[in-house]
Ligand binder design. Sequence first.
Ligand code: NOJ
Length: 718
Amino acid sequence: MRRTYEDQVEALLGRMTTAEKFGQLQQLTWTGDTGPGGGQTALTEAAARAGLLGSVLNIHGAEHTNALQRMAVEESRLGIPLLFGLDVIHGFWTTFPIPLAQAASFDPAVAESDAEVSARETRTNGVHWTFSPMMDVTHEPRWGRIAESSGEDPYLNAVLAVARVRGYQGPADGSGLASKDRVAACAKHFVAYGGAEGGRDYNTVDVSEQRLRNLYLPPFKAALDAGVATVMAAFNTVSGVPAHANAHTMNRILKEEWGFDGFVVSDYTGVEELIAHGFAEDGPDAARLALNAGLDMEMVSTRLADHGEELLAAGRVEMSRLDDAVARILRLKFALGLFDRPYADESAAVTGPTDEAREAARTAGARSMVLLRNEDAVLPLSPAASRIAVVGPLADSADLHGTWAGPGGTRFPSVTVLDAVREAAAGTVVAPAGPGVAEAVAAVESAEVAVVVVGEEPALSGEAAVRSAIGLPDGQEELIAAVAATGRPFAVVLLNGRPLTIGGWLESAPGVLEAWHPGIEAGHAVADVLFGTVAPGGKLPVSFPRDVGQIPVYYNRESTGRPYRPAVPDEKYVSKYLDLEDGPLFPFGFGLGYTTFATDGPRLDREEVTVAELERGAAVEVSVDVENTGARTGDEVVQLYVHDVAASIAQPVRRLRGFARVTLEPGARTTVTFRLGAEDLGFWTNDPAGTFTVEPGRIDVYAGTSSAASAYRTLTVR
Ligand code: NOJ
């Protein structure tokens, strides 16, 4: 964000009382689950009138925000406008696919279009700020919040985070923030939340400095470079110190090293929780620890506002730190134009999904799907098939929005798969006469081909929705077995918020399409891919385990001294399970299409580069030829990985450093070019002060169509 408002901020700070300053650091929830009485509505209104409130969450609708804003602007002493925030994670009215699905598109334009539509719908409904994008890299499919993330890779998370920040905010210099169709974004959760032990939400994270910097921090740095206005602290500890009071991550890295001049908001009651963490002794201690570590705004709990003045008087916090926090918040209010235009235009509110927004959500949904299996070309379905059965517990579900749907999630149903297949098919579409397996089997037996729609209810993923077993729930595997026993060709459509263990039935199903939770246009998007109107071209943003027992299983693992060698399967003293085949069921980056592609090994424009050249900004150009060798137009995602063969810190066996989704007609060929610079070839060390190093040595550069790509060339760094 540009520091163009310093004079106004200074002037205003000079007029504020200490209580008003602490008031700016307070965010309350207008509605919400805060125990008896629901939200903090009465408290919110009183604090707004008294000029003791900075921000409000969980409010939307221009008439509501304007009414509350009037209390702050017209009744409080200084008339400082409130900042309204809301979780608009993958849509306000128009629900796009869940973020994990969007990551599967390997297409930043998908995330950007979601963010742009969301920003318009959100801002015109009185909300200035979304608590998105979430960019928690995670290796934990049990963790329900994997649905909100972009999966297991830091590079992919970073690319999508940048696209979202651009879509929400506009240009990186913050110049778009005041416009009527933009909102401020929030990079969350800072940091390493995806590392929660056992995948249990809110759980401990113990992380080395190098892993913090190489795995968890890069998406945040990228979001900052894209101008993200705010950052949210994470619920977890980071190596023993809760993120909400972590001076190393907030003060040292975020603010000093990266020069972040936006503000850090706590998560919901995160400051209060410092007591339960066993880190703060009591409320005043929690407030002191959080503020001094770099936290700027407190969400829902009120420790800073309650105890700030006494802490200041006792010299336990400094006025300069308070002023700095207030300035950060005011700066955003100026950038959003709230001092000039505090009210939303009630007549200009977008009141529901427009046709254009629905179209964008439908495109996003279809581009996010991953074809996992397609034996005997069971897919695409022929539109001329005379009888198609559509069965399964989610076939007729109109709640395919996924976790964290916005206000539209309860107001606008998703298009069902059954309805959409009916629309798209030329022949008859049959649904079971009842909910049981027998009725489903009867429907399948009466048809030429079947679609079996299974997966997770949206409530099975998202915050506080952790599963210890991640197979299909509730007898769905039995349904698939019964359908398979009919001998009819069929495809399984998976609607879910996380990777599932599907190895038990996979081979019984001729076709499997991973459709995630596709949002409001779910059925249409699924039908587009089932009938081949849209070619499936998504890739897995996260590995699919064979079994929960092998979690964490992820492609970018570090080398061990005794790696499992597929060529020597009986070796005993190697890193493997006795009772499970090595590796994931499907690796990161995997996905099939309705056509076939061939990629040539990567070509490097040079075989050697020096550290000095790289440090001066030189890059190695890598070209990969890709050809559509099949009979249909289709999409392929060309992927580039590097492996530093020997380094002062053991390096991941592969690291994604580039990807490009291309569409090619049959027989067409194109060349994709990537550039590898210092940023791609080096890594962060364990130095807490932050050392990024590019070391001389051999780097293998892999290219292909998944993280299992085997074609490589060697680059020598001298
Ligand atoms: C808790 C969640 O962790 C966070 O992601 C969200 O933004 C806040 N609640 C506000 O709803």
